[in-house]
Ligand binder design. Sequence first.
Ligand code: BGC
Length: 751
Amino acid sequence: MKRSLFFTITILILGLTTMMNAQKDDNNLNSEVKKLLDKMTIEEKIGQMTQVTIQTVSKKQGNKDQHHELDLQKLEEVVVKYNVGSLLNVYDKAHEIEYWHEVITKIQDLATKKTRLKIPVLYGIDAIHGATYTLNSTLFPQSLGMASTFNRELVKKGAEITAVETYASGIPWNFNPVLDVGRQSLWPRLWETMGEDPYLVSELGSTYVKAMQENNLVPKDRFLACLKHYVGYSFPFNGLDRTPAYMSERTLREFFLPPFEAAVKAGALTVMVNSGEIDGIPGHANYHLLTEVLKGEMKFKGFVVSDWEDIKRLFTRDRVAQSPKEAVFMAVMAGVDMSMVPTDLSFYDLLLELVKEGSVPVSRIDDAVSRILFVKMKLGLFENAYPDKSYLPKFATAENTQANLEAARESIVLLKNNKNILPLGKDKKVFVTGPTADMLSVLNGGWTITWQGNEESLMQSDKKTVVKAMISEVSSKNIIYNPGCSFDKMLDVDNAVKSAKESDVIVLCLGEPAYCETPGNINDLTLPKAQLDYAKMMIATGKPVVLVMIEGRPRIITEIADKVDGIVVAFLPGMQGGVAISDVLYGVTNPSGKLPITYPKSPNAITLYDYKPIEFFDGNGYNPLYPFGHGLSYTQFTYSDLKLSADKITENEELKVSVTVKNTGNVKGKESVLLYLTDLFGTVSRPNKQLKGFDKVELAPGESKTVHFTLGWEHLSFIGASNSRIVELGEFVVTVGDLKSRFNLVFGGGK
Ligand code: BGC
């Protein structure tokens, strides 16, 4: 007893000392920042707030065999004359890691040797599922796939490896994670999200940020995450990218803000702004959200970077500003600290004019620049801004590939398995067909070697597509392959039908080509007609069909879903995705992914799993093809002994919940245990249920484990009628698996 008290006190003291040291370090940094700021001219300050692309400082575009070329004169003008604080992105396609070292070295040579104050440049890149723009990097499942694993450890590992490989490339700043909550399935950026549930996104998002910034692989504080796109971008009313969202402050705070709050608490130091608008106010002109909420309420200490060209667009697109200059004024005064201009120096010129004429106060500039310098100092750039060659051996290692494979395997979701059609016997003759069966780009999606990720010829040629992985698993004599149809037209159908008839089972790989952002806009979530018609032809052969959907959003397959025997969905499972899918098909891996989104039955059925009572009333209902959290295994799990530590708690207490999970089948398997909470009555209508806990366990046949959860104020609270977070007394239901238990929240004197 005494011993445990001693340990508790020691841990508390250690914790407090670490916090105080961090505070002291930050205070020291702040005084360093102040000293540097005092030496800076207004021009130097505004330069720090400017970010341009590498294209802006390059001579000509490269091609498949040859790199683009930096224009050293332009680079010098941008870095030395204009003191530009940040550069971003890549020229056309991924570079070899050594080439990145050359590029970053040239930039930092100018910044740290030729500028008056020797302030290093901060280079940023979209390394959203691995080091996207470095050749042969480890490319993980995209975020929606990672979320399907419901496994914090895998998300952590993926973030660490992404950080180490991007850092090894000489780049310390990653424009990720996307913390937009994916509540609009048509949106072409759905696959960049971690799904439709705010708790899931908050948990995985903050795990990602911590792992990226505080792992054991990159020296502490030497790598930066960037939360995007703050906030509400993922809920466009018409589903198209960069179109308006309409939502009340309460909806924003209940569903879209929590992941950003959690990730800021986890230590995130940069935030990118929502490229769209909410209720008519563009993200980049939203003083309330950027300054009052993010920097005020959330006490965000880092800096806010605009998204691509979005300050200019306040004038050119949104027409909320009447000139480019007014656009700069609006954005900077709203709280944007750095402008991703990104291809010229207009922001610099216009902001300088605004400051000189007194419209933008120097105090706002000082605030923005202090934030940028604080981050640069915290990142250790002033000590060493150069690529660290000792990290080259840590890039794309066999261990990294293995971690990627494990993530890809757990990201695959088995939706349907009639008569145990899966796993396939290795002696079965399989006809593999469909447009996604033999392509790597479709497994990876956007931000893979190029922005759109759709250049098949540039993919990592040593990696396996689905059909190639299946051939490796069982030998080519048991696999017949013919694509049969493309994404939108029939191809060699007669031969395909003939081969299908000669097989024991058809593996039909349908889905989407790779796309990214606005070019991925579609008007109908339904899978293109050619693919559905082709599926019907395969079904008509009478052979059992296993449908493999490889996609970035849930394309509607209702017409064929009840006629196929098995359905597997892979939300962009990355470079190891082909092997992972084959492993699931042949039972090398027992699938354990679950849906992080609702899989709708029809394009307009957009009710999500946390629907309101009124959405289930008077003929309404939640009737998707597959609900959020659905995912089968080759074994069975049974739940028992759902126990709550009390039948009532106060707002100041915690409730412990435990449940026992048993593997009652014949093979080893992993199960994500999901805990939902229902607040039965509330002055603001309460969702049917909300995810408030999850944990993944691995169980051998016959084995049981008890899983523990803790529920407290943050789980029980919601955004009340006055738009602030409250709890209301009354009855709650806890649901885990098919078990339910109730407890009451009673008054304990107030928080
Ligand atoms: C995207 C961002 C991205 C930025 C830089 C924008 O178009 O919206 O997510 O980080 O480009 O590439």
